[in-house]
Design a protein around this ligand. Structure first.
Ligand code: HEC
Length: 190
């Protein structure tokens, strides 16, 4: 019995080695990369490279164990999710508000130690950021925001505040006063 389960597992393990989503790698020039429009000093570029870009760019440097399933699936999930949230190679063609907000997020995530993910810094010991590296990264993100602020009006970077709640309630009441239209929409209620 135990032997049979062992064989079944082994066969399953071999079989899943062939199910593999495409790697996140490209040789194409990244024309929308953040450094095409914003200054990225070398020290910051190397921090991004060693600690962020594996999940937030169009090029991942895979470790050897990425060749083993199901490890690759698990890594691939992180890469896809990370890229969806923020991709430094697809940055400059995003809306200005997006660009501005993502830098706020970078500052927050790095200060709070949320990024890079713990599951990443555990094997990638060089991605564990020192206080100096964290400072360099957050100051740079602030500089990107400052550049945006210097070149664009503030309301193109930050969504204007919605009207205050009392006003909204008033408007809603005005709009939803039952009238002929309302009754027509609800057949059977009169
Ligand atoms: C191992 C993959 C991985 C690495 C490395 C990594 N991230 Fe992430 N990042 C993710 C994933 C997955 C998410 C989305 C889920 C979450 O927030 O936990 C995310 C979310 C984020 C967000 C949130 C975006 C938003 O709008 O909410 C920011 C900002 C971010 N990462 C910045 C960084 C920075 C800066 C680094 C390097 C210092 C980094 N990440 C390293 C995988 C990674």
């Amino acid at each position: 019995m135990v032997k049979k389960i062992g064989w079944a597992l082994l066969i399953a393990l071999v079989a899943i080695q062939f199910i593999r989503p495409a790697k996140n790698q490209t040789l194409a020039p990244q024309t929308n990369a953040i450094q095409t429009k914003y200054a990225v000093p070398d020290p910051v570029a190397s921090i991004l490279k060693k600690a962020c870009n594996d999940c937030h760019s169009n090029n991942t440097a895979y470790p050897w164990y990425a060749n083993i399933q199901p490890v690759y699936w698990w890594l691939n999930d992180h890469v896809q999710e990370g890229k969806r949230e923020l991709n430094f190679d697809e940055y400059t063609h995003k809306r200005l508000r997006y660009q501005y907000h993502k830098m706020e997020e970078v500052i927050e995530q790095v200060k709070e130690g949320e990024m890079p993910l713990n599951s990443y810094t555990w094997p990638h010991t060089d991605a564990r950021l020192t206080p100096n590296e964290k400072n360099a990264l957050t100051q740079w993100a602030q500089q990107v925001m400052d550049t945006l602020k210097a070149n664009h009006p503030l309301d193109s970077l930050i969504r204007p505040k919605k009207p205050t709640p009392p006003q909204t309630t008033l408007n809603e009441n005005a709009e939803h006063r039952p009238d002929a239209d309302d009754r027509r929409e609800r057949p059977g209620t009169n």
